[in-house]
Ligand binder design. Structure first.
Ligand code: SF4
Ligand code: SF4
Length: 376
């Protein structure tokens, strides 16, 4: 198993981390503990020592299941990472209350890597006002937390403000070869590197999308190496940046675990030719984009409640990844009917606000048509 030693803490850890947000579940949606333990044990036996969860994963069950497993092994052999549910915190004391609950859930006396979960501008400002940063430092001083970090979902400028505000041990960003300019992006990775702060990567396979490339693009990778999975290329692409301490993969099946272990055991950094191939594939995928929406949200809010950029994002993804079913599922099940393209009344208020000059109501008609219940 490839290991890295980075940052001021100089702590060695596995380059592959087990993300516990997509654990195997039974038909009722409850975590299948036996199977989850099997996956954890497979990973641990191969040298994975970073296990990453959060207070809210699997409706609070992820920490509890991970805690039961930790009791069955030598806890000192793994790094336990979890995240403070900052949106539930309304006082400095709340920070400690949730931390205590999480220590109980995980059945541990300390947490190796504790993150403020999903920081954005508003949450950052609120936590500063509440004194949560001081609380976090106190928890570290008394040994309840070994290293502090944050996971992030906002624009680059906000990332820069947060990264330079506190003496972080690490940070966690979304990065994959399709999202190089999304949120913190590559700029964020390089900024962290310049500050000596190691980075953890989430969504390296873009929620599984980069494991299911359109056939014509998959064949390019197969020609390059017939025995490597499409997911392995996505993982190697992010893991080849040297300031990445761990790449988190939310593993649900034994096949996924085995495939990831293969990628990170005898790990090979991507060479220039492979990097060029991956960037060409990304470019080919971008050529499939139907609506040039950048997700800037200048058109929002729509007075009728339509979530314009999310509609366009699902629509574009359904072409980029050649996956109509996934797009329809997200459109019909992840969005309220009032947010969907089909609820647009064509008032036209959004049109002058769009810097990309997208004729939003016309394009929303296309979205609604592609995702209507009986479309194929
Ligand atoms: S045209 Fe449609 S999406 Fe645009 S503001 Fe009006 S209702 Fe909302
Ligand atoms: S303003 Fe235009 S580019 Fe920006 S999110 Fe709205 S539709 Fe997309």
């Amino acid at each position: 198993m490839e290991k890295r030693v980075l940052g001021k803490s100089r702590t060695e850890m596995s380059l592959l981390g087990f993300g516990c947000m997509r654990l195997p579940c039974d038909a009722k949606g409850k975590i299948d503990e036996r199977e989850a333990f099997t996956l954890f044990n497979m990973a641990l036996a191969a040298g994975v020592d970073v296990f990453d969860t959060a207070y809210t994963y699997h409706d609070g069950q992820s920490e509890i299941v991970l805690g039961k497993w930790l009791k069955s092994i030598d806890r000192t052999k793994v790094r336990v990472a979890t995240k403070s549910p900052v949106w539930l915190i309304t006082s400095k004391e709340d920070f400690f209350t949730y931390l205590q609950k999480q220590l109980q859930n995980l059945q541990v006396t300390y947490i190796d890597d504790y993150l403020l979960h999903a920081l954005d501008q508003d949450r950052f400002e609120k936590l500063k006002e509440l004194g949560v940063f001081e609380a976090m430092s106190q928890a570290k001083e008394v040994g309840l937390i070994k290293r502090v970090g944050f996971s992030f979902h906002d624009e680059f400028d906000v990332f820069e403000s947060i990264l330079t505000y506190h003496p972080w041990d690490f940070c966690q960003i979304q990065l994959n070869y399709m999202d190089t300019h999304y949120q913190a992006g590559l700029r964020g990775l390089h900024l962290a590197e310049s500050l000596g702060i190691p980075v953890r990567i989430m969504e390296p396979i873009k929620g599984g999308s980069l494991a299911r490339l359109p056939a014509e693009l998959r064949s390019i990778l197969n020609e390059h190496h017939p025995h490597w999975s499409t997911a392995s290329f996505a993982l190697r692409w992010v893991a080849s940046f040297w300031n990445v301490e761990t790449v988190l993969s939310g593993m649900s099946t034994r096949i996924q675990v085995l495939d990831n272990l293969k990628t990170f055991t005898n790990f090979v950094v991507m060479d220039e030719a492979e990097n060029k191939m991956i960037l060409e594939i990304a470019e080919k995928m971008r050529e499939r984009i139907k609506v040039p929406c950048t997700g800037c949200r200048y058109c929002m809010p729509c007075p009728y409640g339509i979530d314009i950029p999310v509609n366009f994002s699902y629509y574009n993804d359904s072409y980029i990844y050649d996956n109509l079913e996934q797009g329809k599922d997200r459109y019909l099940n992840w969005m309220d009917s009032a947010e969907r393209a089909s609820a647009c009344v064509r008032c036209g208020e959004c049109i002058p606000k769009c810097p990309q000059h997208i004729l939003i109501p016309d394009r929303l008609v296309e979205v609604a048509d592609r995702f209507k219940e009986d479309s194929q």
